[in-house]
Design a protein around this ligand. Structure first.
Ligand code: MG
Length: 167
């Protein structure tokens, strides 16, 4: 059967608040503010999960891990990302690469970028060169610019069977 590339997009935002850990891409970043959420609020793991699910046509992480379900309270989002990876791979897709942009004024991402790449690559069972992570500010504009939250955009590319077109 012919195989093709499929692309998915993911986006997530979490609010920065006091008295929360700041976990991004599985890295616990020392910071006076952390990310608020039902799970560990790992905004990068969430956006990447959605990109992978989107590429496979499988909906979003809210479907798999509802934020009202006590089972996912404080959940390690890297564990959830691994489950998403299993969903995708078990349907015959191979993960080719993923690329992510973290948009925030704070915390500083660059010192933690390689550790994040290593953790995400490990979760997806791919080489570190298949994961891209970039950091950007929004030039002090909007909620990210004011340091009120962190946003992440992600894209993922899969390789798998072409579904025949019906017409
Ligand atoms: Mg989220």
């Amino acid at each position: 059967m012919e195989k093709v590339f499929r692309t998915g997009i993911g986006f997530d935002v979490h609010r920065l608040v006091e008295n929360r850990r700041c976990i991004i891409g599985g890295v616990d970043i020392p910071s006076d503010k952390g990310l608020l959420g039902h799970s560990d609020a790992d905004v990068l793991a969430h956006a990447l999960s959605d990109a992978l699910l989107g590429a496979a046509g499988l909906g979003d992480i809210g479907t798999y891990f509802p934020d009202h379900d006590p089972a996912f309270k404080g959940a390690d989002s890297i564990v959830l990302l691994k489950k998403v990876c299993n969903e995708v791979v078990s349907r015959g897709y191979r993960i080719i690469n993923a690329d992510c942009v973290i948009i925030c004024e704070t915390p500083k991402i660059n010192p933690h970028r390689e550790a994040m790449k290593q953790i995400l690559a490990g979760a997806l069972g791919v080489d570190i060169t298949q994961i891209g992570i970039k950091a950007s500010t929004s030039e002090k504009l909007g909620f990210t610019g004011r340091g009120e939250g962190v946003a992440v955009q992600a894209v993922a590319t899969l390789y798998g069977a072409l579904i025949p077109q019906k017409i």
